[in-house]
Every structure is written in structure tokens, then in C-alpha cells.
Design a protein around this ligand. Structure first.
Ligand code: IPM
Ligand code: MG
Length: 368
């Protein structure tokens, strides 16, 4: 049997730097665990625009559809701010999500004990935090029609449309309930059913899927604004949160920051199973391209490496190896190894991106 295939799209800014460390981890698994992957690389975002005049070449899109999983770094940067909306780096990412139909975006917010004092919230509020946000990723206001900037009388009007079909809500609700069964068995669904019809439908459909298929899972509903407040007040009340594309974008950034650093959080975007039974999948860190520190070897590669751990778990059925990688990262943090983003004002010397990679590889070695 041939090796599973990975397409690496490192993208812009710190993307290539953090992905360089993921390459080393992938090689380690090939050498030390006989877990080999066929890895190819291509361009996305501004890097693709520079080479081809488009943030995602059709050939790259076709490759992404073929492979077992895509690993993405980050896209965007100030250099591309002047570009027309249709070719902005972000469009490349959104096209991948849409055309691969990656409707379930899993964004864990986990607080590593060694970093609990890093959060802007008190240690007892965040220590041990482990929540999973399931964000709908291929519909809602990000993609709904009509959209655009139109003339209306003597002024312009900007329009985006929040639109959800029942089947779109059903499938992401099932993803959330399935995950909950393997975790704390609790789902909180967030929308604004008090002001939006799409929210009323969302609530009804999530409740129906629960009652018909997952009555054993504890389900609650919350308005998304109250949800944001509760996330800051007492985040440990949540296990799985399921929400739409836009609210999920906001709530996941807020949840991420509870854990101390955006540089720590991975994500998985999953679609329907392919012929080989694996879900269509793309894995990427939650953080962006961080142009202010790009190219300086300062970036924290952990979010990107943890995204590869999610790939091991969700695409390749290697849960034990994912645990091994996560444990190696925990060990390195316990040992006090810190990139600049994890140091705050303390004035200690940070390690570089590749030194963090060295430390994680050493911890992996000692796990054998
Ligand atoms: C994210 C990002 C993207 C989004 C941008 C880069 C298009 O913020 O993945 O959360 O809004 O979905
Ligand atoms: Mg976002």
C-alpha cells in the first residue's frame, strides 16, 4: 500500500517558518515510528499571487482534492492589502474550504498548565481548560448570496447574506454531537435566535438532531453574545460549542486567547468521507501570518505542530501518536522552553522557532 499523502501549503509570513518545523516532525515519524507520508508542497495566498497572479492556482486546488490531508500555514500580509478583494490571499483559503466542502472546523482551546499564568484571566478560571469549538465553515454570511457593493439611489450599499439550509445545520450538528460523545458529552449551541431567522432555524434543527439521534448528549442553547460573555466569565462550563461561521470566527479567537497565546492553537477542518474512508481534511494553526515577526525565526511553531497532531488523530487514525506529540509539547513547556510570545514581560531569553523544534524533537526521542 502506498503511503498516505500530505499537501503542504505553507503560505505567507511566518507560515513557511513554522511549517519548516512541522516538516522535521513528519520526518521524525517516518524514521522513528515507520509512519511515512508522501509529502508535496505548493503555494497559497500571497505567495501564490506573486507566482501566478491568483491566491490559489487551479492545479493546487486539484491537488488539494486528491491528497489525504492538506497542511496549511498562514496567508496574508500588508503587502497584499492593496490587491483587489477577489485576489486577496484570504480568498485562496476560503476557496480551499468551500471547494473541499470542509464544513466542520474544529478549534480546540486547551490551556497547558505550564502557561496558565499567561492568560489575561485568573489561573483558576483557565487552568485545565479543554473546550472544543465546532465552527460551521462553508456557509453562512461568508458565502451567502446576494453579496456585493451596489448602487442604491445616490449612495452605495454593502450587502452580505446570512443563509443556512437545514442540511447544512444538520451535518455540522452531527459533527459536534459525535465529538461530544468522545469528550465530556455536552454540547452548547450558539446563535442569535432572538434577532435572526437563521438563528431560529439553527436552534430548531440542532434540537431535532439531538432528540432524534443523540438524546444521550447534554444539549443547551445560548445566544452568541451571552456565550461570549460566559466564555470570559467561566469557560470551564463548556465542553463542545457548535456555532455558525461568523460567530465561530469571533468566539474561537476569544476562546483561543483564554489559553494565553494564539501561537498554541491548532485547528482541523473536516468534510465528508472520501472513497478511502478518510474525511476530506485541512489542518491549520488558528493564528495568522504575523507579518511583524515574519522571517526573524521568532515565531512559535507549536500551533502548526499541534495541527499535524490533529491530522494524525482525525485523518490517519493514529491517536496514540498524536498523544505522543502532544505530550512532547507539554514536556517542553513544563521544562520552561519558551518562544517570545510565551514570555510576556519577564525578560527571560526566548528560544527561536527552530530551537523550539529541536526541543520538541528531543522530547519525542525521549518518549521512545
Ligand atoms: C480564521 C481567519 C479567516 C476567517 C480569514 C483569514 C479569512 O480569521 O480562519 O479564523 O475569517 O475565517
Ligand atoms: Mg478568525
Amino acid at each position: 500500500m502506498s503511503n498516505p499523502s500530505l499537501l503542504i501549503l505553507a503560505g505567507d509570513g511566518i507560515g513557511p517558518e513554522v511549517m519548516g518545523q512541522v516538516r522535521r516532525i513528519i520526518d521524525w515519524y517516518g524514521e522513528k515510528r515507520d509512519l511515512k507520508f508522501d509529502v508535496s508542497e505548493d503555494l497559497v495566498g500571497g505567495a501564490a499571487y506573486d507566482a501566478h497572479g491568483t491566491p490559489l492556482h487551479d492545479d493546487t486546488m486539484a491537488k488539494a482534492q486528491e491528497v489525504d490531508a492538506v497542511l496549511l500555514g498562514a496567508v496574508g500580509g500588508p503587502k497584499y492589502d492593496v490587491l483587489d478583494f477577489s485576489v486577496k490571499p484570504e480568498r485562496g483559503l476560503l476557496r480551499l474550504r468551500k471547494e473541499m466542502d470542509l464544513y466542520a472546523n474544529l478549534r480546540p482551546a486547551q490551556c497547558f498548565d505550564a502557561l496558565a499564568d499567561f492568560s489575561s484571566l485568573k489561573r483558576d478560571v483557565v487552568a485545565g481548560l479543554d473546550i472544543m469549538i465546532v465552527r460551521e465553515l462553508t456557509s453562512g454570511i461568508y458565502f451567502g448570496e446576494p453579496r456585493g457593493i451596489f448602487e442604491e439611489g445616490n449612495e452605495r450599499v454593502g450587502i452580505n447574506t446570512q443563509r443556512y439550509t437545514e442540511s447544512e445545520i444538520e451535518r455540522v450538528a452531527r459533527s459536534a454531537f459525535e465529538l461530544a460523545r468522545r469528550r465530556g458529552n455536552k454540547v452548547c449551541s450558539m446563535e442569535k435566535a432572538n434577532v435572526m431567522e437563521s438563528g431560529i432555524l439553527w436552534r430548531e434543527v440542532v434540537q431535532k438532531i439531538h432528540d432524534e439521534e443523540y438524546p444521550d448528549v447534554e444539549l443547551s442553547h445560548m445566544y452568541a453574545d451571552a456565550g461570549a460573555m460566559q466564555l470570559c466569565r467561566w469557560p470551564k462550563q463548556f465542553d463542545v460549542i457548535v456555532t455558525d461561521n461568523l460567530f465561530g470566527d469571533l468566539l474561537s479567537d476569544a476562546a483561543a486567547m483564554l489559553t494565553g497565546s494564539l501561537g498554541m492553537l491548532p485547528s482541523a477542518s473536516l468534510g465528508a468521507p472520501m472513497a478511502n474512508g478518510r474525511p476530506k481534511a485541512m489542518y491549520e494553526p488558528v493564528h495568522g501570518s504575523a507579518p511583524d515577526i515574519a522571517g526573524q525565526g521568532k515565531a512559535n511553531p507549536i500551533a502548526c505542530i499541534l495541527s499535524f497532531a490533529m491530522a494524525l488523530r482525525y485523518s490517519f487514525d493514529q491517536g496514540a501518536e498524536a498523544d505522543r506529540l502532544e505530550a512532547a509539547i507539554e514536556k517542553v513547556l513544563r521544562d520552561g522552553v519558551r518562544t517570545a510570545d510565551l514570555l510576556g514581560e519577564e525578560g527571560a531569553t526566548p528560544v527561536s522557532t527552530s530551537e523550539m523544534g529541536d526541543a520538541i524533537l528531543a522530547a519525542l526521542d525521549s518518549s521512545l
